[in-house]
Write a protein that binds this ligand. Structure first.
Ligand SMILES: [Zn+2]
Length: 135
């Protein structure tokens, strides 16, 4: 995501993203495009209360076209009893990313750009702009 959005997310949910670090020099913190901002924002809001219990987000990235969120618990802290709920929210975010254009946030579907092997969720307009083949 662009660095302004990354800074804003970190500033809004500092405890949640305190362990999030770029995987290499110059890498983005949130390794996906801006269109998924609302999904990440909604999930952050849900996870925020758990940050005080030791939960933090360690990965936000696009993998095989969908949003992947990695979380961890601060070692020794096991007070979170409703893991099922946390798991479900993360799963829902991933499912939502599968139908949300990663570029602009509009309704999209999984497509593959010509000459590339990895799929990406794009709306019709963004797909046209990127020269993607139909799904
Ligand atoms: Zn789009």
């Amino acid at each position: 995501m662009n660095s302004d959005i990354e800074r804003q997310l970190q500033a809004s949910y500092p405890a949640l993203y305190s362990h999030l670090a770029p995987r290499w020099e110059g890498a983005p913190l949130f390794e996906c495009e801006d269109g998924w901002r609302a999904i990440v924002e909604a999930l952050s809001l849900r996870l925020m209360p758990y940050a005080d219990l030791g939960l933090s987000v360690t990965t936000v990235k696009q993998k095989l076209g969908a949003l992947r969120i990695g979380i961890e618990l601060v070692p020794g802290d096991r007070r979170i009893e409703d893991w099922t709920r946390v798991d479900r929210w993360i799963h829902e975010a991933t499912e939502q990313s599968r139908v949300t254009c990663e570029r602009c946030g509009d309704v999209g579907c999984m497509r593959t750009e010509q000459g590339r092997r990895h799929p990406q969720v794009l709306c019709t307009q963004c797909a046209k702009a990127r020269g993607c083949a139909a799904p």
